[in-house]
Design a protein around this ligand. Structure first.
Ligand code: XMP
Length: 506
């Protein structure tokens, strides 16, 4: 187990991902709230930071329990921190030190640099530079502009690098992390989907014992994998509830429910479409729509949960990025993407929360899902927003508009699948615009709805590019939509990236 102390760098999550890619488990803690018990950690990594070590309010962590006791790797700010406070010197740099650079000097015979070639590209991002190494510092590498690009402290397993090994642009970054963690710190590489499943199932068994657990399934990857893990641990004591809010994709409720039952899950499907749609009638403000859907969901879920007796736990599919966000250096954030966690704990249900995936990144959830034998098609599904089609019907919602959008969306998604494009796209869907446009069909003029198609590439939804879908494909889909879906006479394709646009239109 590896401890990453976060000083607020935008790259801290990337460090964790690179470490996990080595099949090594790691956890991120804010520097000002580290774990009290360090005995389970085999190595520590200090992250970068937006601060200058010379600033008065910069993070000044107490490393007395770590340095010299555990193998330590200090990245960027960490490297400067060690130098500044331990006999070295840090000063503003004269030259720009942002972006790509190449290692021009490498000290020979250093296990830390095994497999790293002279000239290797590294990613720099700092405005201070280490003018003088700390006491007992030994220079390990330089670039043209950065004399002390890497160093170690003689007599300790303490290493420091000015560049960012976690960023892909640092070509040998992963190798350096491996040298440090595997060869120097001797951390075992035993964190795999299979071992995760074994461990978490044992943990869940011990924690929950013979209690009953309720879980809201959404049809998405996270809640499904959480359910299958819990099912493996506690079997029939897991009660799943899958709510149809009337805003799912075409036939989704029936087909996903069927799939869940086939997986052996104890699941109750609740069709509350009318309840949601009647509450939404006449509402056109996007945030009000989201609030109504959140509220009605909790009401429906609570009604169902009350029909179960003696439930002690509420299970959720929370994943690591949400956990990190809520404990980040910036302080507990007030907005933990409340809208992204449909089914957050209602006050009136005094249940304990169990979150089997809270230590995993999204790609790890998928791999765990695969190791549990979950259908790859289900694991590869595009993200779908909790409020569903409601935020893709601009303006107010009616059952007829839902029907139109479901038809359009189904043609688009099926088309992506049958043309082998679905897996090249991170998320896709259709949007129903609140305008009519004129058209002509046969001898008649029509005055009907416009739909927009949206397909984006992304890794986490924070930024996104529109996908260059083939013109032939767009032509086919457009024809099919206009010919088959009554009420639509025009199709447009959204060619905006995020930022400045967003993925959804509301
Ligand atoms: P935006 O539109 O902000 O979307 O670029 C980023 C990602 O978040 C999803 N999204 C939501 N998910 N409830 C959700 O559960 C919401 O209210 C919501 N709004 C946006 C969106 O589908 C995309 O994956």
């Amino acid at each position: 187990n590896v401890l990453i102390l976060d000083f607020g760098s935008q790259y801290t999550q990337l460090i964790a991902r690179r470490v996990r890619e080595l099949n090594i488990f790691c956890e991120i803690f804010p520097y000002n709230n580290p774990p009290t018990d360090l005995s389970t950690y085999k190595a520590v990594i200090l992250s970068g930071s937006p601060f200058s070590v010379r600033a008065e309010d910069a993070p000044h962590p107490d490393l007395s329990e770590i340095r010299g006791k555990l193998p330590l790797l200090a990245v960027c700010y960490g490297a400067q921190y060690l130098a500044h406070f331990h006999g070295g010197e840090v000063a503003p740099s004269n030259t720009r030190e942002y972006g790509r650079a190449n290692l021009s000097y490498l000290k020979e015979q250093e296990p830390f640099l095994d497999g790293v070639q002279a000239g290797s590209q590294v990613w720099m991002s700092h405005s201070d530079t280490i003018k003088q190494l700390p006491t007992n510092g030994i220079k390990l590498a330089s670039t043209k502009d950065v004399e002390n690009a890497a160093y170690r402290i003689d007599g300790e397993d303490t290493y420091a690098i000015q560049f960012h090994p976690e960023v892909y642009h640092s070509t040998d970054g992963k190798q350096i992390l491996e040298n440090f963690l595997v060869n120097i710190a001797e951390v075992p590489q035993n964190f795999t989907p299979d071992t995760f499943v074994e461990d978490i199932v044992q943990e869940l068994k011990g924690k929950i014992q013979n209690d009953k657990v309720v879980l809201g399934l959404s049809g998405g990857v996270d809640s499904t994998v959480a359910a299958v893990l819990l099912h493996k641990a506690i079997g029939a004591n897991l009660y799943c509830i899958f709510v149809n809010n009337g805003l799912l994709r075409k036939n989704e409720f029936e087909s996903v429910l069927h799939q869940y039952k086939d997986m052996g899950l104890n699941v109750k499907g609740v069709d509350a479409s009318d309840r949601f749609l009647s509450q939404l009638a006449g509402v056109d403000d996007p945030e009000t729509k989201r609030k109504i859907i959140g509220r009605v969901f909790i009401e429906v879920f609570d009604d169902e949960a009350h029909q179960l007796t003696d439930v002690k736990w509420l299970a959720q599919g929370t994943i690591y990025p949400d956990v990190i966000e809520s404990v980040s250096v910036k302080g507990p954030s007030a907005t933990i993407k409340s809208h992204h966690n449909v089914g957050g704990l209602p006050d009136f249900m005094k249940l304990q929360v169990v979150e089997p995936l809270r230590m995993l990144f999204k790609d790890e959830v998928r791999r765990v899902g695969a190791s549990l034998g979950i259908d790859p098609e289900l694991l590869g599904r595009h993200p779908f927003p909790g409020p569903g089609l409601s935020i893709r019907i601009l303006g107010d919602i009616t059952p007829e508009k839902v029907r139109i959008l479901q038809e359009v969306d189904a043609i688009f998604i099926e088309g992506l699948k049958s043309h082998g494009l679905y897996n090249q796209v991170w998320q896709a869907g259709a949007i129903l615009l609140p305008v009519n446009s004129v058209g002509v069909m046969g001898d008649e003029r029509t005055y009907e709805k416009v739909v927009a198609l949206r397909a984006v590439e992304s890794t986490d939804g924070m930024t996104a590019d529109w996908v260059h879908l083939p013109y032939d494909f767009l032509m086919k889909i457009s024809n099919e939509i206009i010919n088959k879906v009554k009420g639509v006479n025009r199709v447009v394709y959204d060619i905006s990236s995020k930022p400045p646009a967003t993925i959804e239109w509301e």
